[in-house]
Ligand binder design. Structure first.
Ligand code: NAP
Length: 271
């Protein structure tokens, strides 16, 4: 009998996770299968208890369930500080993790970008920004969070200060902030399909020593990344963050090293 894994969310039809994980299971000849399940926040607890009772190997969570899960599962310290869970392992009870920040870290590492000791400017203060800010601060970066709603940036920076260096502000001085940064991370929805002409910054704001990481992956090459190339900066696209957060979940569930290239190909085919 195959071990079942899944992603819970609502909506869920768009999810690339089934393609990505099933390709990995097939590649490794593992008797496992991964499916998408539409689950509303009201039903999350029942769905998780049911999945555990039925012998699921593990579950990913996506919008709008990541925060809801904190009150249900035994979240690890990083997931607790981020305030969101995206991976649940059933081996010992119901253990919750957040692999989004690690996905971002591995994406930059793979491109030879050093996080430790860098000045990182994160634009946005939503769920993805939280995960990345905590991870990069823990990894020794000095974090500035700039957000349209300034209070959210300041509140997030206050939370992140418990693990590292962080400050928060609005978007007014973005040009100066980018000038003083080694890494710029776009964690807003700006530039995402269908608003592909939008960008948080243009090439005049950038310098050639800068790494620009856009976690938006639809389209694969966003306007921000085109602007980065124009400025001679290093441009890093967001699809590998999706792949690496999935690869990390795969490791947690199976203890097996995932075939990251196969997972990447499956995600790119889906996009
Ligand atoms: P979220 O929690 O809804 O946060 C959205 C952020 O975008 C907020 O900071 C919001 O600012 C800002 N924003 C929205 N419209 C804006 C505008 N017109 N100008 C300036 N800022 C604006 O979303 P999320 O879950 O963090 O996701 C953010 C993006 O990352 C999405 O495009 C998502 O697809 C992508 N993502 C990618 C990955 C990956 O694996 N590559 C993973 C997660 C998310 P306010 O606070 O002022 O509203």
């Amino acid at each position: 009998m195959r071990t079942v894994f899944g992603v819970f969310g609502d909506p869920i039809a768009h999810s690339r996770s089934p393609n990505m994980h099933n390709a990995a299971f097939l590649e490794l000849g593992m008797e496992c299968t991964y499916h998408a399940f539409r689950v509303s926040p009201d039903n999350l607890k029942d769905a998780l208890l049911g999945a555990k009772a039925m012998g699921f190997g593990g579950v990913n969570l996506t919008v709008p369930l990541k925060q809801e899960a904190l009150g249900i599962v035994d979240a690890d310290p990083l997931a607790k500080s981020i305030g969101a869970v995206n991976t649940i392992d059933f081996k010992h009870g119901m253990k919750g993790y957040n692999t989004d920040g690690l996905g971002a870290k591995r994406t930059l590492e793979e491109k030879g970008v050093k996080i430790d000791g860098s000045n990182v400017l994160i634009v946005g203060a939503g769920g993805a920004a939280r995960a990345i800010a905590f991870q990069f601060a823990k990894d020794g970066a000095s974090i500035t969070i700039a957000n349209r709603t300034e209070k959210k940036a300041i509140d997030l920076a206050t939370d992140v200060s418990s693990v590292g260096l962080a400050s928060g502000c609005g978007l007014e001085n973005l040009k100066e902030l980018i000038h003083g940064s080694d890494i710029l991370v776009n964690c807003t929805t700006q530039g995402m399909h269908p608003n592909t002409e939008r960008t948080i910054a243009t090439s005049e704001y950038m310098h050639s020593e800068l790494t620009v990481f856009d976690i938006v992956y639809n389209p694969l090459e966003t306007r921000l990344l085109k602007e980065a190339k124009k400025a001679g900066a290093k441009a890093v696209s967001g699809e590998m963050m999706l792949v690496h957060q999935g690869a990390e979940a795969f490791r947690i569930w199976t203890g097996v090293e995932p075939p990251v290239d196969v997972m990447k190909r499956a995600v790119l085919e889906g996009l």
